[in-house]
Write a new protein. Structure first.
Length: 803
């Protein structure tokens, strides 16, 4: 994919031109935070591109569906971190879900902005601060529309990018740091707090660190969101506005998801790669594949809206589910203000007006429009001030209008006749659940999408966009919303939504994913496994490992971190070429620097007198020589390995370009044995699949495109055979080299202490101290049985752990 930037497109602030296979797209970020798309294509090409992409996704999901049909009856109790960036409306559904998970027995930590600390903790959940002020973020987005921060001028954007980078680091720390992160600014870790290491991650897409943290930890990731983020032909991306289109509308809808992801990554790629390399120690990823990483790795998605509002699209496979809205019930101890209760008793048919977390630059003018509309039709209204601070500057004391502060939607929506709001996903869901019609005034981002969906479902009249808002239009819309047929439809939607049981369905979807992984401790199945005993298939919880180490049965040399999932990013064709070129240039620089550092310790560098008088210089030279040796080791092992692996992945994936299929391998290579095993497997399957392709590819071409395509299919099959066999041979050589490098970096001077390992040791010791004698004795007894009934384990441990 070729990407070229444009400084300005029409009236929009930023623009990019995307040239993909079969079509071109001009994309520009508009004033309302959405992306305007203009699609142009060669006839038939774009539709074929979409069909090929869709067939790959559906194929993978059908395979996964066969694995997910049985949910384990006995699930382990997990440490779950829920990572959320956004407003109160974004955080609230995850608090509801977290409460449901907590009732099941899981330990739940919500990592989000500090302004939501009390909200999270009042629900009985653990809180972890990631920094950032959602109100400031919203204000910035209103003043500086767009999703491409580095296209804009320096200043505020740099400040917000710095804040985002800090949030990424904090999101990673939320996976293993004890406490709520309130003391880390002063470099005083909360050592007195109960240790925490995540066994699973739940996240909303804007948190961005999710897949990278999951890749580093090797734990399951489950994405959840209040708006669609998975490609579909049914509708366009909520942040996309397709202006002109010369292709099939279904194809344009599907492509809008891919391109919106790509444009977001354009603004974040340097920040994400800095986070991966500097914070996580992972390899950087390329923009050409980064945008589709979550979908390519088949991460499950659960969307928390009511299927009565948006049914599940037919092209979403079993990895994607719609659970219903995660709606919170009014707090049991909630007592509404007396003046609010009195007002609703005097005006039982009042309407509600509120714009939630939206920041309005002209709030006083908007308030005047609202009041004029209310007076025109003679209704009473409860107006929530919200973040816009509606009502500020209004001095009239109107008897039929009451301004209020925060009030639970679940309580007040049931006591009004109609809801006028901004179209946030949470507010829209709450209005539908209450059985009330909505008059939506979308202001920014995905709000227009929800306004259109609510209108299509019959939950209210057509939306009024904020720039078109007037007293007459609003008064007319409110009257339409209060019409008997609209009220009846809203009640029907509410009754259907009431049966969704969203949070329970969301937890079930999460458990379905977990059941597909081996996560149960071999000794205590109700505890999640964190460690793997080397050279065995025994996996242990932090608690069990701590007890065994305390009794000198195991030590840290005999166990290793358990990687439940392997979320490794595969190379595409162009990015692998870029990788190889980059490695060649980098290796040349490192070679010169390594030789220079070695030269600093040559016999001619120091004379005998100098060496005897200046031992500090001598020690410094030794350090430089060691550093030079490390650089040369990187050139000798790491760089050729990365280039070779990139080349292998290129060969492996290349048949996808003409519609052939390839196998997906999910194995973490940590030593030579892993590399030999996967390399041998790849070689066998490479030869088998290559020979099979000569017959199957022509058959598929003829079946899908007609007999006249059988001959081109034969050519494609021969090419597939060449690429698959060659990739198998290359993998048989390069993957053991990758394992060799991994083994080298885990030994001697090249091993660096892992903060996650340290956190797991602390967690295990903490739990062992809290456990009773019976629990510790059970660990020892079950361990003896495991070893006695496992010949391999018995042979390894008959003389005790390694020293």
């Amino acid at each position: 994919m070729e990407i070229a930037r444009h400084r300005q497109v029409g009236k929009c602030l930023n623009g990019v031109h995307l040239d993909l296979e079969g079509f071109q797209a001009l994309a520009a970020v508009a004033d309302d935070g959405r992306i305007n798309f203009d699609f142009h294509h060669s006839i038939g090409k774009a539709d074929e591109t979409v069909e090929r992409l869709l067939s790959r996704i559906m194929r993978h999901e059908k395979i996964k569906d066969a694995e997910d049909t049985t949910v384990a009856q006995c699930l382990p109790i997990l440490n779950i971190v829920i990572q959320v960036i956004g407003s109160r409306g974004d955080v609230q559904p995850f608090v509801v879900l977290g409460t449901e998970l907590h009732k099941f027995g899981h330990r739940v930590r919500i990592a989000t902005h500090p302004s939501f600390k009390a909200f999270v903790e009042n629900a009985g959940l653990e809180f972890f601060s990631i920094g950032g002020d959602p109100k400031e973020m919203m204000t910035y987005m209103i003043k500086h529309p767009g999703l491409l921060p580095h296209f804009q001028k320096a200043g505020d954007s740099n400040t917000n990018r710095t804040a985002m980078r800090e949030m990424l680091d904090n999101l990673w720390m939320s996976c293993y740091i004890p406490g709520d992160n309130s003391n880390l600014a002063n470099n005083t870790p909360a050592t007195h707090e109960k240790p925490f290491v995540a066994n699973a991650i739940i996240a909303n897409p804007p948190s961005f660190a999710h897949i990278h943290c999951a890749e580093k930890l090797g734990v399951p990731l489950h994405m959840m969101f209040t708006m669609p983020w998975s490609p579909t032909r049914t509708f366009a991306h909520p942040l996309a506005n397709i202006q002109t289109c010369s292709m099939n509308s279904h194809a344009a809808n599907y492509l809008s998801f891919m391109l919106t992801d790509t444009i977001m990554w354009l603004g974040l790629k340097d920040m994400i790669n800095s986070f991966r390399t500097e914070t996580l120690g992972l390899a950087p990823i390329h923009i050409l594949s980064a945008a589709a990483t979550v979908h390519k790795l088949k991460i499950p998605f659960t969307y928390c809206w009511s299927p009565s509002l948006i049914p599940k699209p037919v092209d979403w496979g079993p990895l994607i589910s719609i659970s219903g809205s995660y709606l919170s019930k009014p707090p049991v101890n909630y007592t509404p203000p007396h003046h609010l209760v009195d007002f609703l008793e005097r005006f039982p048919h009042s309407i509600y007006i509120g714009f939630g977390s939206v920041i309005l630059q002209n709030a006083e003018k908007i308030t005047r429009v609202l009041l004029d509309a209310i007076q025109k039709i003679g209704v009473s209204a409860v107006i929530n001030r919200g973040w816009a601070n509606l009502g500020q500057g209004i001095r009239e004391n109107l008897s039929n209008v009451l301004f209020i502060d925060d009030c639970p939607h679940g309580w007040i929506f049931k006591r009004v006749s109609c809801v006028v709001h901004h179209g946030g996903a949470g507010t829209t869901a709450a209005a539908i659940a209450a059985g009330k019609p909505s008059v939506i005034v979308p202001c920014y981002g995905d709000q227009r999408f929800w306004a259109e969906m609510a209108t299509m479902a019959g939950a209210g009249p057509a939306p009024i966009f904020i720039k078109d808002l007037s007293a007459d239009r609003l008064a007319h819309a409110i009257q339409n919303a209060l019409a008997p047929e609209v009220l009846e439809k809203a009640i029907d939607l509410g009754l259907r939504a009431a049966n969704d049981n969203g949070a329970a369905n969301g937890m079930e979807a999460f458990h379905r994913q977990i059941s597909g992984h081996k996560m149960q401790c071999s000794i205590y199945p109700r505890r999640a496994a964190d460690w793997k005993v080397k050279e065995t298939d025994i996996i242990l919880s932090a608690f069990a490992a701590a007890v065994l180490m305390d009794n000198d049965i195991l030590n840290l040399e005999s166990i290793e971190l358990l990687y439940v999932c392997n979320y490794s990013s595969e190379y595409g064709t162009l990015e692998a070429i870029i990788e190889v070129i980059g490695i060649a240039v980098y290796s040349a620089i490192q070679l010169l620097q390594g030789l220079k550092a070695l030269g600093a310790f040559s016999p001619n560098t120091l004379g005998n007198d100098d060496a005897s008088r200046n031992t500090n210089t001598h020690q410094f030279s030794r350090k430089r020589a060691k550093k030079g040796t490390q650089r040369l080791l990187q050139i000798a092992a790491k760089k050729p390995m990365r280039a070779g692996v990139a080349f292998t992945h290129t060969l492996h994936n290349y048949p996808l370009n003409w519609g052939d299929t390839v196998r997906s391998y999910e194995t973490t290579i940590t030593n030579v044995g892993d590399g030999l095993k996967l390399g041998g497997k790849g070689l066998c399957f490479g030869v088998y699949d290559g020979v099979s392709a000569i017959f199957w590819v022509p058959f598929r071409y003829a079946h899908r495109r007609g007999m006249k395509k059988a001959l081109p299919g034969l050519g494609a099959g021969v090419l597939s055979c060449i690429f698959k066999v060659t990739s198998g041979v290359a993998g048989a050589v390069m993957l053991p080299l990758q394992g060799l490098y991994a083994q080298l970096t885990e030994s001697g001077n090249f091993k660096f202490p892992s903060p996650v390992e340290s956190a797991l040791v602390l967690e295990g010791n903490w739990e062992a101290l809290q456990a009773g004698d019976d629990e510790r004795a059970t660990v020892l007894n079950v361990w003896r049985n495991l070893v006695e009934h496992n010949p391999i384990s018995r042979a390894i441990f008959q003389s005790g752990p390694e020293e």
